[in-house]
Design a protein around this ligand. Structure first.
Ligand SMILES: C[S@@+](CC[C@H](N)C(=O)[O-])C[C@H]1O[C@@H](n2cnc3c(N)ncnc32)[C@H](O)[C@@H]1O
Length: 249
């Protein structure tokens, strides 16, 4: 520690660094009345309310999944679920699975709740917190069958690449929460982010080797982010990697 700097300065600097490196900026300002109504009316059925510190789940908090869903079933977690198009469609199509949507953008959460209610899905829960902490600590180890990261914010400027969600540390956390044999599905329309994802997945401990671009996941409904990429003539890359069996490691 340089002379003259107090430990408090360091803590503050760490906090500032953590804040600027977050993978999101917008959390939703003013919302139209229909979004407020959706949160109020459908929040109790779908929104989980863990203890929160800032935008994250409180340190040490671990989700009780059987209590959250009222049953035990295979679990799909979508990180950055946006307006909920994909997760709600999947929940409606697979009532035998449970789905957890993690998103920080409040208008997106409101739209997700409205769509879930409209589709009358009972197997979806929504967490409005920073996904980083959810994957790092709040989800129990080996509790997730599939984790989806579709069109994460691309942070295209080189100076912002450190804010990208998919990095080596995140991969370690994803490996922690996936069951052996579980899948991490990713998609992006930003070529250099696709390359970054592939490189991260090739190096990440706990996954089967040889991550490569694959076919479009047919369980992924078209969202406006994919549509924007296609309209801009960007290639959409899908990657899926399998959590290695404990015996493979
Ligand atoms: C580009 S959008 C894609 C949304 C959706 N997956 C789709 O394809 O329509 C990325 C979303 O991830 C959310 N997000 C980014 N970082 C996040 C984080 N750390 N925790 C939760 N949500 C996050 C953003 O709020 C945003 O809604």
């Amino acid at each position: 520690m340089p002379q003259g700097d107090s430990p408090q300065t360091y803590v503050d600097d760490d906090r500032r660094a953590a804040a600027t490196n977050r993978s999101f900026t917008r959390r939703g300002g003013r919302m139209p009345p229909r979004h407020h109504r959706a949160l109020e009316v459908h929040g109790p059925a779908y929104l989980l309310s863990p203890p929160i510190e800032g935008t994250s789940v409180a340190a040490g908090f671990v989700l009780d999944l059987p209590a959250a869903f009222g049953r035990t079933a295979p679990l799909v977690v979508e990180i950055g679920s946006g307006s909920g198009d994909c997760v709600v469609a999947a929940a409606a199509e697979h009532p035998e699975w449970d789905f957890l949507a993690v998103e920080v953008w409040r208008p997106g959460i409101a739209q997700t709740l409205a769509k879930a209610a409209q589709a009358q899905v009972g197997n979806l829960r929504v967490l409005r917190v920073d996904a980083a902490g959810v994957v790092a600590t709040a989800l129990p180890a080996a509790s997730v069958d599939q984790l989806w990261t579709f069109f994460p914010d691309p942070w295209p400027k080189a100076k912002h690449h450190k804010r990208r969600l998919v990095d080596p540390m995140f991969a370690v956390d994803v490996a922690r929460v996936l069951r052996p044999g579980g899948l991490w599905r990713l998609a992006t329309d930003w070529e250099d982010y696709a390359e970054q994802m592939r490189d991260v997945l090739r190096e990440a401990p706990g996954f089967e080797p040889g991550a490569e671009y694959g076919d479009r996941f047919d369980g992924r409904v078209m969202t406006r982010f994919e549509r924007k990429g296609i309209e801009a003539a960007r290639a959409v890359r899908d990657i899926v990697v399998r959590r290695a069996d404990a015996t493979d490691q």
